[in-house]
Design a protein around this ligand. Structure first.
Ligand code: GAF
Length: 380
């Protein structure tokens, strides 16, 4: 294999730290132009970038995947390797905006668990976009970085994700949650005041292979239902303009699945708005109840949970030191998010790990997270 082109030591021009995200509540509502309540976390992907003097040769070294990618800015195509498409997709979207790039070298090192549903993909996209923005003085705003990173995933990777992950990764403020309106992109930053509690993620360590296709098909089902509402009522722009009465009125025109998907989205949007108010006044128990309801909706109506996630959520029930638990992210694996007393985390983590591995033969990871700052960029 040809020698990689980094000079040693690397002598980077720009450094970036790009965080993963959690989402307290509001799942599968972003692409339905509803509400979400995410924030960045203190676990990140780190980038070092520098110009390499070549007009168009780019070299990326992923220490995490122990893998490297070289490509020509004027001639590249989709790759068979998933992580490479996040990189190529971002470069492609930057070029589509008419911005001028030259050859660069980039080293990537992830401290974010990959495939755990804490959005390592958005962290990768947004981190690279922010790094290239600084390296080549592209003058992209933060919002442009968010939008082009989402477009990279939609257009190059082929996942029709919404805006939540990229928005949280770039825009988050330390110790705050973001109540994001995914239609207007207006955000309210809510202090994350969990008193004696912390957020614990439990990684199922499973990622059912159906995940991508099922994600896109959920989105399609919502779009089909929306088109039916719009045919009858031209004032309806998105599912947030639909209420329960409208849903019932057109029930016979929807398949059972479409009806269930929409019902879940309507309920979840309400939970996000109500939940944000509860968190502002520190009502963790009531908020936790909404998390359990969210999980039930994701399991029964949206059908994106799996036995491993259900087991972990059920395991928390009846424990008075755990306020809420639910699956987080796209589903079919990844993590649950739990709000619980910090003092009980160690003992609970041990117990739940033993119970889960007795059931599924897999040792889960338990990860305590705190709400962190969005993308950090530094010119050296
Ligand atoms: C994934 C997607 F990338 C997000 O846009 C969002 O839809 C989420 O699944 C589900 O809420 O993380």
């Amino acid at each position: 294999m040809e020698e990689f082109l980094f000079i040693s030591p690397f002598n980077a021009d720009v450094r970036v730290a790009s965080p993963g995200r959690i989402n307290l509540i509001g799942e599968h509502t972003d692409y339905n132009l509803g509400y979400v309540l995410p924030t960045a976390i203190d676990k990140k992907i780190y980038f070092e970038l520098k110009k390499n003097g070549s007009p168009s040769t780019c070299n990326i070294l992923s220490e995490t995947f122990n893998s490297r990618l070289s490509f020509d800015l004027n001639n590249f195509e989709k790759s068979q390797v998933t992580w490479e498409n996040y990189i190529l997709g971002v470069v492609n979207e930057i070029q589509k905006k008419g911005k001028f790039l030259q050859g660069f070298d980039c080293k990537i090192n992830s401290k974010l668990p990959i495939g755990a549903g804490i959005s390592s993909s958005a962290a990768l996209e947004c981190g690279l976009a922010a790094g290239l923005n600084e390296l080549f003085d592209l003058e992209l705003t933060k919002e442009e970085i968010v939008i082009l990173s989402q477009a990279a995933e939609n257009n190059f990777v082929g996942s029709n994700c919404g805006i939540m992950d990229q928005y949280a990764s770039v825009m988050s403020k330390k110790e705050h949650l973001i109540l994001l309106d995914c239609l207007s992109l207006e955000a309210e930053f809510i202090p994350a005041n969990f008193k004696t509690c912390k957020m614990l993620l439990i990684d199922t360590k499973v990622s059912h292979s159906l995940a991508d296709g099922e994600y896109n098909s959920r989105r399609k089902e919502c779009e089909t239902a929306l088109a039916i509402f719009q045919k009858n009522d031209t004032a309806i722009q998105s599912l947030r303009d639909v209420n329960l009465a409208t849903l019932e009125k057109y029930k016979t025109q929807l398949s059972e699945k479409e009806y269930n998907r929409v019902l879940y989205v309507l309920q979840e949007n309400k939970r996000v708005l109500k939940g944000s108010e509860l968190l502002k006044t520190g009502k963790l128990e009531d908020f936790g109840e909404l998390m359990y309801q969210s999980h039930t909706g994701l399991r029964d109506l949206y059908e994106v949970s799996c036995p491993e996630l259900d087991f972990l959520v059920n395991y928390t029930k009846g424990k008075n030191y755990i306020y809420g638990s639910r699956m987080m992210g796209g589903g079919f694996g990844g993590c649950t998010i739990n709000i619980m007393e910090e003092s009980k985390i160690e003992k609970f983590s041990l117990e739940v790990s033993q119970a889960y591995s007795a059931e599924f033969g897999i040792t889960p990871d338990t990860i305590t997270v705190t709400p962190g700052e969005g993308t950090f960029v530094e010119r050296l």
